[in-house]
Design a protein around this ligand. Structure first.
Ligand code: CP3
Length: 348
């Protein structure tokens, strides 16, 4: 790839970079006063459905911090509204009629992106027109199992008991719902790439709740189906799994370029299991942003050290940034990651 390939895209492909790129999950959000200002005027749903506003909040963190990637402002549940799911946000997703029967599964419509989510595609075009050329745009979707969790349970939950029980009680129906979601997300992500997204990320936030055999049979099989349909798009594919330390061996065989992990998995061990062909993304504890400056720097350095000197590390938090976070701590983190990794020669 040429010398002016953005560091984020080079790192996704496991190529040498002059410094470790960094972006932050939920980087556009309530910890930013300028986001809260926009949200004081419109609902979250209106924000995600109004391209000018969604593009504006996507760009907000880029104006404050020299981040190495932008991520589309939307939600994992947004495309499901286009498939006929009646959904509100409070602030997490609430599904009015949770999906638990064959009839409800059959009533889900296949996603036609241009018809069902034109505002997302327009948001992507607006962001691409306005974002700096060296800051690639990440498009995203929920992992099939994570979407399944919200559809079956109807709202955020700690254990998603009803969804997990459904896998055992009605495995065939569960698989059918997962496959529908996998196919819809393949369509959705493909349309995002066509509209200009330069990398595609699948957020499988709740996959780590599963026992390894269930993870493999349901969550991983469905994610494979989505990713396989996207390979030909030619953009890096990122798969994020929360609480996946016991599932890493399964991920080594997944057709993703980058695996995102939470803070419970030491990156050195992650890289040993995944092998040299996969890049890793992560994994500072979001709580570390509340440390005094010197300790935050030490924690960022520890993550860089664990990631090692071989190419293919994208710095991030291990999960989304908390709304109570001080934006100055984010500024400090971005600077220290750039500065310390450049001084070490990153992976050059
Ligand atoms: O990262 C970004 O900056 C892009 C925007 C983004 C949002 N949601 C905006 C949002 C992304 C990538 C997501 C993904 C998402 N949504 C996930 C996967 C990542 C993860 O965090 O595990 C999940 C599980 C959801 C479902 C969801 N949406 C929840 C649980 C909530 C409530 C969370 C909270 O922080 O209270 C939402 C709502 C939501 N999505 C908000 C934002 C900024 C808060 C809405 C508000 O402004 O009121």
């Amino acid at each position: 790839m040429s010398a002016d390939t953005p560091a984020f895209l080079a790192a996704c492909r496991g190529e040498p970079v002059p410094y470790t790129p960094i972006w932050i999950m939920r980087q556009a959000g309530r910890y930013l006063p300028e986001y809260r200002e926009v949200r004081s005027r419109v609902s979250f749903e209106t924000l995600t459905r109004t391209p000018e506003l969604a593009a504006e909040v996507t760009l907000q963190p880029l104006r404050r911090f020299p981040l190495d990637a932008a991520i589309l402002f939307s939600d994992i549940m947004t495309p499901l509204q286009g498939m006929g799911v009646d959904l509100t946000f409070d602030p997490g997703p609430v599904v009015r009629a949770p999906i638990r029967t064959d009839a409800a599964i059959d009533a889900l419509q296949p996603l036609v992106a241009e018809r069902d989510v034109p505002f997302v595609l327009e948001t992507i075009r607006l962001i691409r027109a306005a974002a700096p050329g060296n800051v690639p745009l990440i498009g995203f979707a929920g992992g099939p199992f994570t979407l399944f969790c919200y559809l079956v349970c109807g709202r955020p939950s700690k254990e998603f008991e009803t969804a997990r029980a459904f896998l055992y009680a009605q495995p065939e129906a569960a698989m059918r719902l997962l496959e529908r979601l996998a196919d819809a997300m393949a369509v959705y992500l493909g349309a995002q790439a066509a509209a200009g997204a330069q990398a595609l990320m699948v957020f499988e936030s709740w996959g780590g709740l599963l026992a390894p055999p269930q993870f493999e049979r349901f969550a991983l099989a469905a994610a494979r189906r989505t990713l396989a349909a996207l390979r030909s798009r030619g953009v890096p594919l990122i798969y994020y799994l929360n609480q996946g330390s016991a599932l890493l061996e399964h991920l080594a065989a997944l057709e993703a370029d980058v695996i995102g992990v939470d803070w419970r998995s030491p990156l050195g061990a992650v890289r040993r299991v995944l092998g040299a062909n996969k890049a890793v993304q992560g994994n500072l504890d979001p709580a570390a942003l509340f440390a005094p400056p010197a300790e935050l720097i030490a924690q960022a350095e520890r993550v860089l050290r664990e990631a090692g000197n071989q190419p293919g590390h994208i710095f991030n938090l291990g999960h989304g940034i908390w709304p109570q976070t001080d934006p100055d701590a984010v500024a400090r983190l971005v600077d220290v990651v750039h500065e310390r990794s450049a001084r070490r020669g990153a992976s050059a």
